[in-house]
Design a protein. Sequence first.
Length: 480
Amino acid sequence: MSIFQNIIGGERVNGAGVTRNINPSNTNDVIGEYAQGSRADADKAIAAAKAAFPAWSRSGIQQRHDCLKAVGDEILARKDELGRLLSREEGKTLAEGIGEAARAGQIFQFFAGEALRLAGEKLPSTRPGLDVELTREAVGVIGLITPWNFPIAIPAWKIAPALCYGNTVVFKPADLVPGSAWALADIIARAGFPAGVFNLVMGRGSVVGAAFIESKDVAAISFTGSVGTGRNIAAQCVTAQPMKKIQLEMGGKNPLVVLDDADLKTAVECAVNGAFFSTGQRCTASSRIIVTAGIHDAFVAAVTDRLKGLVVDDALKAGTHIGPVVDQSQLDQDMDYLAVGAKEGATLAYGGERLKRETPGFYLAPALFTNATNQMRISREEIFGPVASVIRAKDYDEALALSNDTDFGLSAGICTTSLKYASHFKRNSEAGMVMVNVPTAGVDYHVPFGGRKGSSYGPREQGSYAKEFYTTVKTAYTLP
Ligand code: NAD
């Protein structure tokens, strides 16, 4: 089996070891062996990115546009193949995998356009005769660290803006899913960027990720992953010499509020899609479903009915609605939380059992708890699997209070036909993203993505807001 190598300074290089990429739908299926970078590899990548920075940061916008567009075009042309690889390594269904691959292509095309749109401002000075100009410049070498649950879209929404605004990149994907990241890196490496502008170093977080964070030559870190890792990274970046700019996207415990006046069909679709699609492994998943008393029983019955019709099977099989959990350790975490929920007194109304399929994989029936309270651990801690809890609320006011009573604040949804409640919820929800009559998960790529409280730190990702992180502002005064 040939090894998928790291890409450092334009060269394809082996690492210190290899990671075997295993299909969670069939653990007998080894997708490939991927180089596991050492600290020395990470340092070489940082040096290559540092050397490439002066020229790339001053490169023309047409060149940047053309390179980014070439990446987007190739991803879109190969979306079916890339989506299949993604589903094979991560376990989301083929339709979800292809959708995610297409999203990555659209993101590169969006930032190809953004390269042509970067604007500054020219203002009068408070001092007569002077001009003031505000311009945006590249930040430097940026370290990008990504999680396993969106193996191509999250790398795309960090890499594309980083390169668009003239930064150079060292990128470390999640160890569990190097396949999509490698395929993306391979496309970028052939898209016309000068050597060293983009570097891929696969490997452990504690080795490669730590090297990025500790290097004085890395100016900024954009991280998506768990809260614990994010907090440690933040602590290191602000005490580093020099301090690093940081952007952290972390967990969620996203509420979906269902009011008495909701359209039941819409509410059921929002809940099932938001909580269980992509196997519930989305930071924006609806894990707390807060339902007012008048619709509660009908809603639970309808959701349970809908869950009975969902097929949990091999991610690549036609007809599968929910693929496997990503690996044994995530499955263990899901099972632990199922036990915690039962022990805390919630009722397991549906699912939660391990399932056997034709091939050995990490199959779990989507689990719905009822009679949960907002104080239970299953309502406060991120589970990151196909597990959701229904919490009963007496009315809208209590539902809103419960939805905001969380350490997180990424996405929050409401299902209602009332303009009054929808408007009030949009104004008063303490989340970065609010959804009315649509699932809490599922966003556009041309608008900002991010949360509040424990979910996020630093400027938003995506859309034109991405420039807040990936550029630094210069204020210039001229006396003509
Ligand atoms: P994780 O924190 O375990 O790992 C994320 C990345 O950090 C990986 O690449 C990992 O190798 C790296 N890493 C680990 N230790 C490190 C260290 N000491 N130094 C530097 N890098 C290190 O997270 P995960 O399990 O891959 O992903 C799941 C988590 O990601 C969930 O909590 C989920 O909510 C979160 N997530 C958040 C968003 C968002 O935008 N808010 C999106 C997707 C996933």
